[in-house]
Design a protein. Structure first.
Length: 185
């Protein structure tokens, strides 16, 4: 698969954005960049291995769409409630309801959509903003088995080690996080 970069973004801007994400600063005010060049389909939900809390919010998952989702997004096909990379939180003080499969969920569950993301090789970088959470950034690395095309989804799910590790920053507070991989229902 060839490298996909949104139109109009030069290499210098991508470098500056990558530096600001690594340094933990917000890309606010910069032109958002979206880069995806994975050679394997990373679709799935990356579930935290331990509770990660920020005030009344708890990290639910980091979700990555399929390769076609990234292609459509990079081509400009976007929705207000979905992106091929987003981070979901639960407001643990909000009321709970039951979904169609009988599982409880919180009624206030913000999804942080990207202002910028980069998925390249084992590197995963994200920056976004939510009106309740503020600035949200993630910088991490996928486990080698996640980017090995020989590993099938059922093999990924059976792994007992972390699929993704990194730093999650919410409103300037950084926490180390580890995720397992779940392919969905």
């Amino acid at each position: 698969m060839k490298k996909l970069v949104s139109p109009g973004i030069g290499l210098a801007l991508l470098g500056a954005l990558a530096f600001s994400l690594v340094a933990g600063t917000s890309p606010a005010g910069q032109i958002p960049a979206f880069v995806y060049d994975s050679k394997v389909d990373l679709f799935g939900y990356y579930m935290p291995t331990a509770d990660v809390k920020v005030g009344r919010f708890k990290l639910n998952n980091l979700a990555l769409g399929g390769q076609d989702d990234f292609k459509k997004y990079l081509a400009g096909d976007r929705m207000a409630t979905y992106a091929p990379m987003m981070i979901a939180f639960d407001d643990v003080t909000s009321p709970q309801k039951t979904n169609e499969t009988g599982q409880p969920y919180y009624t206030n569950a913000p999804r942080v959509l990207p202002a910028a993301f980069k998925v390249s090789g084992a590197s995963v970088t994200f920056a976004g903003h939510d009106k309740q959470l503020g600035e949200v950034a993630f910088k991490g690395m996928l486990a080698p088995y996640m980017i090995d095309p020989k590993f099938k989804p059922e093999q990924r799910e059976a792994m007992s080690m972390a699929a993704l590790t990194g730093d999650l920053t919410v409103n300037g507070k950084t926490q180390k996080v580890m995720f397992t991989w779940f392919g969905g229902d």
